[in-house]
Design a protein around this ligand. Structure first.
Ligand SMILES: [Zn+2]
Length: 142
């Protein structure tokens, strides 16, 4: 992987204890325990900087800045992942809601949820609502 060498080479082999060592407490709670960060406080909520968003846990490329849009929902929102196999979807019935959870396909860390048919003026009418803390932005070379 061309990502920073601090990313794990075999992330699916890591135990919870390994992840706790690699991640901050807040990152662990979201990425490995499917937590949700508070809205409107995330580092990338309104970011329009050009670049590629990587999984903060394993470094996999997940989303591009050109598919990010201003949803006003309080979390970074994308209308499509960078590649269809970059993320995996899983039904999530927690909190009494029927939602679709989005996981990193490489390390199976929790990223957020995807919502469909909300009427946003995007090519897909999908909103990948992703926790800032699950992402690291690799800024494009100027
Ligand atoms: Zn990952």
């Amino acid at each position: 992987m061309s990502a920073s060498p601090e990313y794990p080479t075999d992330p699916q082999a890591l135990t919870d204890a390994d992840w706790r060592e690699r991640l901050s407490a807040a990152e662990f709670r979201v990425l490995r325990q499917a937590g949700t960060e508070a809205p409107f406080v995330g580092e990338y909520t309104d970011t329009t900087t050009e670049g590629v968003y990587r999984c903060r846990a394993c470094g996999a490329e997940l989303f591009r800045s050109d598919s990010k849009f201003a949803s006003s929902c309080g979390w970074p929102s994308f209308f499509t992942p960078l590649a269809g196999d970059a993320v995996i979807e899983r039904r999530d019935n927690t909190l009494g809601m029927e939602r679709t959870e989005i996981l990193c396909a490489t390390c199976h860390s929790h990223l957020g949820h995807v919502f469909a048919g909300e009427g946003y003026p995007t090519p897909t009418d999908l909103r990948y609502c992703i926790n800032s803390i699950s992402l690291t932005l690799d800024e494009a070379e100027a």
